[in-house]
Ligand binder design. Structure first.
Ligand code: SF4
Ligand code: F3S
Length: 77
């Protein structure tokens, strides 16, 4: 799955939601989050985000690891 990290907070540009082919990016209040069971890892959302908030789970930067759990727990998976 791909993971949305802290730069989305306060930005919520929503460009990612427009390019995702499976519409698995959801409004989660202060930020958007990706449903891990629906994401097909196509990567289309990564260059779409103007603040570079989205990463493949295995490439989440140091200090942003807590967002891996956040993307999972929001959806209960
Ligand atoms: Fe959607 Fe593809 Fe991004 Fe996953 S990697 S959230 S399927 S655009
Ligand atoms: Fe957030 Fe970037 Fe999408 S700011 S809503 S992850 S385009």
């Amino acid at each position: 799955t791909h993971i949305i990290t802290s730069p989305c907070i306060g930005t919520k540009d929503q460009a990612c939601t427009e390019v995702c082919p499976v519409e698995c990016i959801y409004d989660a209040g202060e930020m958007y989050l990706i449903h891990p069971d629906e994401c097909i890892d196509c990567g289309a959302c990564v260059p779409a985000c103007p603040v570079n908030a989205i990463f493949p789970e295995e490439d989440v930067p140091a200090g942003e690891e807590s967002f891996i759990a956040r993307n999972h727990e929001f959806f209960g998976v």
